[in-house]
Ligand binder design. Structure first.
Ligand code: ACM
Length: 635
């Protein structure tokens, strides 16, 4: 504490609201952190030096962000001097590779060194996390601005660290997409997978085929549970006015914005299945050519039989036997390739129903001509044609893991998602010599609910923060060298607005970011992670991000033991106590304190109410299980 005057120590200890607690709580956790004594205190008019013009834009971004809440009027100067110095290494430091950085804070200043613009950006993101939470505010904060002295060296474990957003099931505006990109860039994600087309809307302007958006981007408005039988199909004459799309100019703007945040966009055009919106616009692209096809409004059109098997009752697949379909795709991908400068285009390939292909004479003739016996191989033929189209545009293909089944060439990178079939799919990928991006359902599907089923928005499966943090991008069936990285996916059937998209993403994306960035094994220390998560929640909220607090809701598990119902309660967060009642009173700290599994007498029992407490205060939500729900657990 030798850097402090006696008065400062007095102020720091007596008025904690004005002081910053000097904590180093970074997500994703850096490769190495060496805390040092003391702190750097920011003064008015500090200089931010940048070593060359390639990082001027990033230096400007940080200066603007810093000046907003601090009013300290930091300004830029070219060269390696100033209280904050941003220095692009010349020659490069091989250990840091393309995205790594070194950050040193001492009592007289801050130095960030990196080999690239992206590395400098990540160094500044880490510096932001060292600053008081008020740095995230848009309004002036009357506090002392300081950061703890520290030496950090940092670089990522994987080169592909992605988040996917589905904008088809529900549309998100260009500004919302930019906000999402900005939010994930804070945690050093470097890929944004944009799921642009599906049965419920085609979201990108294609100048050669204007009906894709004039028709395909709009569906009839509906409320009620997406995909349920009681949600009505579009009626004759009903106006389709829900939806939207991005013009090519807007796409360029988002691509440019993402680039400034170190993020490459992976556009996905999902084919040959999931194409009802395109078929509504151009029915001739399908086998059935049904001119009554409408953009799906979230009404049920398929039957699912478990284990991923299904039947589509409306034709939503492109016709693989029609040359005009390939001409269509050639033009579409020509425009896509010009809009997105990255090297990958995602072509989907998932959940393609082949029932209409099996009945189609053109498909039968093609199979005979190609000497193909299995309908799956017809998808292989289609995907390989698509791969050639993508290659002709100078790009590489990514496909969902189904594309391997029909024999798509290993020039394609596979996005592994069917976690429940890992034992079959991963050895197939290894044998075929494919590169993988790991995004398994069990740890990376953020459309699944993240807390207690009685209060979270209803979805068919659960994925708590702890599950997200247990993501293993290199399971035993494969080798690390096959894995480019991983990604979490936000499908939006049940995500109707952007705030909810944020709620479903955070804090679980922090778990994904750490697994993909930090050294192998970092995710074995749950208590350390959860401490950092709690530290980051108010910061993210200060930045206007809606963050789920589901971690505070007890984990409720039911067990049937000898014809009786027993309940086990757990918590994801250390240091919490759980109280419950079975007598309609609201749980408080005089109620039953949970210590071990207990029996519930179903006769006459009203509701089971549960709540977690910490430091004498309720934390998280009150959970209520009514008797019908309790009885259903006995079935
Ligand atoms: C998928 O979830 N259908 C890739």
């Amino acid at each position: 504490m030798k850097f402090y005057s006696g008065l400062t120590i007095f102020i720091l200890s007596v008025i904690p609201v004005f002081c910053w607690s000097q904590e180093i709580q970074i997500i994703p956790k850096p490769v190495s952190i060496e805390p040092q004594n003391g702190q750097f205190i920011f003064k008015k008019g500090i200089k931010i030096g940048y070593s060359n013009d390639s990082i001027r834009e990033i230096a400007t971004w940080f200066m603007t962000k810093f000046n907003r809440p601090t009013s300290l009027e930091a300004n830029l100067q070219k060269g390696n001097s100033g209280e904050i110095i941003l220095d692009v290494n010349s020659p490069k430091n091989p250990e840091l590779a393309n995205e790594g950085y070194e950050l040193e804070v001492n009592t007289s200043g801050i130095l960030i060194k990196a080999n690239s613009k992206t590395g400098i950006f990540y160094g500044l993101q880490t510096l932001t996390q060292l600053l008081p939470p008020g740095i995230e505010s848009n309004s002036n904060q009357q506090i002392e601005w300081s950061v703890p002295c520290v030496k950090i060296k940092d670089f990522p474990r994987f080169s592909y660290r992605g988040m996917m957003l589905d904008v088809s099931r529900h549309f998100f505006t260009k500004e919302e997409v930019k906000k999402y990109i900005e939010e994930i860039s804070r945690y050093k994600f470097n890929r944004f997978h944009w799921h642009l087309t599906d049965d419920n809307g085609w979201r990108i302007e294609i100048k050669s085929f204007p009906r894709l958006t004039s028709v395909g981007a709009w569906r009839v408005p509906r409320t009620g549970t997406f995909g349920s039988a009681d949600r009505k199909a579009p009626q004759k004459g009903e106006k389709a006015n829900y939806g939207g799309f991005y013009t090519q100019q807007e796409i360029r703007e988002v691509v440019e914005f993402a680039k400034g945040k170190g993020i490459e966009i992976i556009p996905e055009i999902d084919i040959p299945g999931h194409c009802m919106a395109a078929i509504a616009a151009y029915p001739e692209l399908s086998c059935t050519k049904d001119t009554n096809t409408r953009v799906n409004a979230g009404n049920k059109f398929s039957d699912w039989f478990g284990n991923g098997t299904f039947k589509m009752n409306v034709d939503n697949s492109l016709n693989p036997s029609d040359e005009k379909v390939y001409q269509f795709l050639d033009k579409v991908f020509e425009e896509i390739a010009l809009l997105f400068p990255g090297k990958y285009i995602h072509v989907g390939g998932d959940e393609c129903y082949k029932g209409f292909w099996e009945k189609d004479q053109g498909c039968k003739d093609l199979m005979e001509k190609l000497k193909i016996r299995h309908i799956e191989d017809l998808q292989g033929y289609f995907m390989n044609r698509v791969k050639d189209i993508i290659k002709s545009k100078g790009k590489k293909v990514i496909g969902w893991d189904e594309v391997m089944e029909g024999g798509m060439s290993n020039a394609a990178t596979i996005m592994f998602w069917r976690g429940w079939q890992a034992k079959d799919i991963l050895p197939m990928a290894k044998k075929g010599g494919y590169k993988l991006i790991m995004t398994p359902t069990n740890t990376n599907y953020f459309d699944y609910y993240q807390g207690d089923q009685t209060i979270e928005p209803p979805v068919y499966a659960s994925l708590r923060l702890k599950n997200a943090y247990s993501f293993n991008p290199v399971p035993p069936e494969i080798d690390e060298k096959m894995v480019l990285g991983g990604q979490s996916n936000l499908w939006t059937e049940k995500v109707e607005n952007f705030r909810h998209a944020e709620y479903m993403t955070f804090p679980r994306a922090w778990a994904t970011s750490e697994v993909l960035w930090s050294p192998k094994g970092t995710n074995s220390d749950w208590n350390d992670f959860i401490k950092r998560v709690e530290f980051h929640m108010p910061r993210a909220e200060m930045a206007g991000i809606k963050v789920a607090k589901s971690i505070y809701d007890p984990i409720v598990e039911f067990k049937k033991i000898k014809g009786e119902l027993w309940v086990e309660l757990n918590s994801e967060v250390p240091g919490t106590e759980i109280y419950y009642t079975l007598d309609e009173s609201m749980p408080d700290q005089k109620s039953n304190k949970y210590s071990t599994a207990f029996f519930i007498p179903l006769e006459g029992t009203p509701n089971l109410r549960i709540r977690a407490f910490r430091n004498q205060k309720p934390i998280g939500n009150l959970l209520t299980y009514n008797v019908e729900l309790l009885k259903s657990k006995m079935k």
